[in-house]
Design a protein around this ligand. Structure first.
Ligand SMILES: *[C@@H]1O[C@H](CO)[C@@H](O)[C@H](O)[C@H]1NC(C)=O
Ligand SMILES: *[C@@H]1O[C@H](CO)[C@@H](O)[C@H](O)[C@H]1NC(C)=O
Length: 323
């Protein structure tokens, strides 16, 4: 009896230390004791999933490891509601022209636009399903750099405020279409710098300033829906905005080549940016820039499986900004 009590107390104690370290590391504070207890339960659940996964990783059975992050105190359903969006990506893609899959210029076997200076620092979308503004800004930042040699940081808030209404019909923090965000920039004649129109993570009134244009674009086009076409487009056009399926595995990703066979058959719910590709002993991968800050994944990036039957739909909705 005594032994049991001591055992329980020790477990609770270790867990409390973990929890308190977690809260400190990610600057967490909660409104009430009830809220904190709910968050602690989610944290413990995620922690168990992560520990079990990492045992398989250490045994060489997984190509990536998981880790605690800013989202470890949320259930997947809560995480989905706060950070992901639901797209009718098929409808959004069907209005667009396809670019040629076959190009005379061959793609190298690996490529990283970050090392060429075409990619801005990792941003953070906050508790707002505005990923579609980040993937749109990212592909234009890349295309603008390739054309002008200048890397500018584009204002996602500008896109969020000004295209979350007719005729673009984006849904603000509840999600939207990367293609419609790009269409707004085309119609508007440009988009502002982030420094002059900083991110707030909520839809506010449109404050576009025509005297502070960071970049303009002429048109947008979609990439043919194969991984070979995505590779060719990444090499020859620059960083590509894509939509992917995000599951609870992605929520807990830490490092390595992400491999998620639970994506199959699901609808895309997140907009990200392909900035390169490569391969290592864990397999072929896409280098993907996310918008959840630098503490998530590999300093804000994830390497997603490449050449694994278009896993998580990575090649299904690629978009290019034509400047
Ligand atoms: C990457 O792929 C190339 C061929 O495409 C291969 O020669 C090389 O060994 C691979 N690298 C690793 C680390 O597996
Ligand atoms: C995909 O993998 C298969 C088998 O490993 C290989 O033959 C093929 O060349 C790869 N395709 C691409 C586009 O990397």
């Amino acid at each position: 009896m005594n032994k049991l009590v001591i055992f329980l107390a020790l477990v609770a104690c270790a867990s409390a230390a973990d929890w308190s370290a977690y809260k400190t590391r990610f600057g967490k504070s909660y409104r009430s004791l009830n809220e904190e207890q709910l968050r602690l339960r989610m944290f413990e659940k995620n922690k168990r999933i992560i520990e079990q996964h990492n045992k398989r990783f250490e045994a060489g059975e997984e190509s990536y490891d998981m880790g605690l992050n800013e989202f470890s105190d949320l259930s997947f359903e809560e995480f989905q509601a706060l950070y992901l969006s639901s797209f009718d990506a098929a409808a959004a893609a069907s209005v667009e022209q396809q670019i040629d899959e076959v190009s005379s210029r061959a793609a190298p076997s690996s490529l990283d636009w970050r090392s060429k200076g075409a990619v801005t620092a990792v941003k953070h979308q906050g508790s707002c399903g505005s990923c579609w503004t980040f993937s749109a800004a990212g592909c234009l930042e890349g295309a603008h750099f390739i054309k002008t040699g200048k890397l500018v940081t584009i204002s996602e808030q500008n896109i969020l405020d000004c295209s979350s209404r007719a005729p673009y019909n984006n849904m603000g923090c509840n999600g939207g279409y990367t293609s419609q965000a790009l269409q707004y920039i085309i119609d508007n004649g440009g988009v502002n710098y982030m420094s002059n129109y900083p991110y707030e993570g909520a839809v506010k009134t449109c404050r576009y300033n025509r005297n502070s244009i960071a970049a303009t674009m002429r048109s947008r086009s979609s990439v043919a829906r194969t991984e070979a076409a995505l590779k060719e487009a990444t090499a020859n056009k620059g960083p590509i905005a894509v939509s992917v399926v995000v599951t609870d595995k992605f929520q807990n990703y830490k490092s390595g080549v992400f491999n998620d066979n639970t994506c199959a058959g699901k609808v895309v719910n997140h907009g990200v940016l392909v900035v390169g590709y490569g391969n290592d002993s864990a397999g072929d991968y896409w280098i993907v820039k996310n918008s959840w800050g630098k503490s998530w994944g590999e300093s804000g990036y994830i390497r997603m499986s490449r050449n694994r039957s278009n896993q998580c739909q990575i090649a299904s909705y690629g978009l290019v900004a034509v400047v």
